[in-house]
Design a protein around this ligand. Sequence first.
Ligand code: NAD
Length: 265
Amino acid sequence: MPHRKNIYLFYKQTPEMEQHVQPLQTFLKENGFHIVTDLEQAHIIASIGGDNAFLQATRKTGFRDDCLYIGISTEGLGFYTDFTTKEAEHMLHAVNNEQVEVRRYPIIEVSIDEEPPFYCLNECSIRSNVIKTFVIDVLIDDFPFETFRGDGMIVSTPTGSTAYNKSVRGAVVDPLLPSMQVSEIASLNNNEYRTLGTSFLLSSQRTLTLKVVQDGNDHPIIGVDNEALSIRHAEKVDIKISERQIKVLKLKHNSFWQKVQRKFL
Ligand code: NAD
């Protein structure tokens, strides 16, 4: 990183955020970084804000695999933010003293009705947009696995497993396992509809296909991380672990499991 010092700062441009960003910009310039406003020139993309800002930064910059992402929080540490604006000197000290490492995080690739894919760092969720259940045929590598009826499904990455997925009792997955987890949201289980009823993990070799059964209630909301896709009609959603990964700069002594302990235990 010391030799690739073009840094793009991604943040919500509000007067309050500027108060955090201005001192950081000055500090970075004094220490040899070049603040760039053209993404094409960036070697490093720093999100400033919480996990929310980090998710937006990866999305709005196109999940670049030729850049290093850094999450800098304006408050405490989060799941994607290992540094804070208040401790910029500590961040530089860590970088200069080999207390940091680059981690590659798996991301999910989602293609709707064979269109070019979207990427997700946390999860892709598919939910009914009306107060009625909807039906999804679930296929694994084209094998018809189950038919789901309920509120929706969540397909999460390992780093996303501690977010929405965890709220529906999905397992927390080590990000060193390139896998995706499929979790149900309020499935109906009766003599007519039967699903596994537990979350399951798929390897990076698999493709999951969700086919929305067209019964008039076929305008589901498709969420990619913290954004809803404005797609009016979706019939077939193909989801797999992408070959692309994002590179994230993190502190060596702040492992995923330390974050899990800090946040949940
Ligand atoms: P938000 O403001 O609704 O935040 C939800 C919380 O999730 C925040 O505290 C955020 O820091 C935290 N979070 C985000 N990513 C996380 C991760 N990987 N591990 C642990 N916690 C995480 O929205 P946001 O901050 O933009 O986050 C978007 C995420 O919120 C979505 O990707 C989804 O995972 C999650 N979400 C959760 C629920 C739920 O638990 N019922 C519902 C909708 C969305």
